[in-house]
Design a protein around this ligand. Sequence first.
Ligand SMILES: [Zn+2]
Length: 270
Amino acid sequence: MNIDILCYLLRKVRYIGSEGATFFELGFHKEQAYYHNGSFMFGYHKVGTSNTMFTCHLDTVENSRVGTSKDIYLDPATNHIFANKQVLGADDGAGVALLCHMIENKVPGHYFFFAGEECGGVGSNYLADNFETLFPSLKLDRAIAFDRKGTRDVIVSQFGGTCCSDEFALALCYALGTDYQFANGSFTDTANLVDVIPECTNVSVGYYNEHSKNEYLDLAYLKKLATRVCKIDWEALPTVRKCEPEFIFEEQYLTSEEAFWYQLTEPYLL
Ligand SMILES: [Zn+2]
């Protein structure tokens, strides 16, 4: 894996609003950048033919906006990278570096580098709302975010809803290695995509204590993951989950009063 790219990302202070600049500094072109009202929403890169999306986010939660760079350190005893009393930004610099590694190794896929994940998924929300307009011929079976803490998690539910089937998650756990387990996540960009892509998940990239000055990255794990993701046959993973929102009637077609009556299953005293 290209450690220079990882170190560049971790050294740079990358708060929301700086995503476009980071995307271009990684070597991507302006034709690959998508904007809304003048703001960078996401960067997109395609490799080969596939029905798989890989995602990461370019923004970080920073506890200091002073300066544009920070010192990072490697503890040789633990193989952990950390920043001195500052947010490291491995959430999600690790994911960005991993996607760059996969592109370099020509793993077929549709690569999305999102903006504003830490503010509710600004870029992924824009993509979900405009998916058919922006990518009319793109049919995706699965979306894998690399934006999860720890070293063992495959996310099966996030933002209060199921995001992938057990069959998909089990096959992915097996493909990644025997130590992986199902987990419930809070939120990442793929949570915004569950209505347009059947199987959505988030996989551990090795950071801990994110959003705090105690954040660190397990570099040994990230290197191992980088080797593994280049060998997986992503297209062979099963697609079982359907995209339809579970409560489409209540949410989209019924008024709240109508939804109240619709939900009644027992005789109701009037
Ligand atoms: Zn994140």
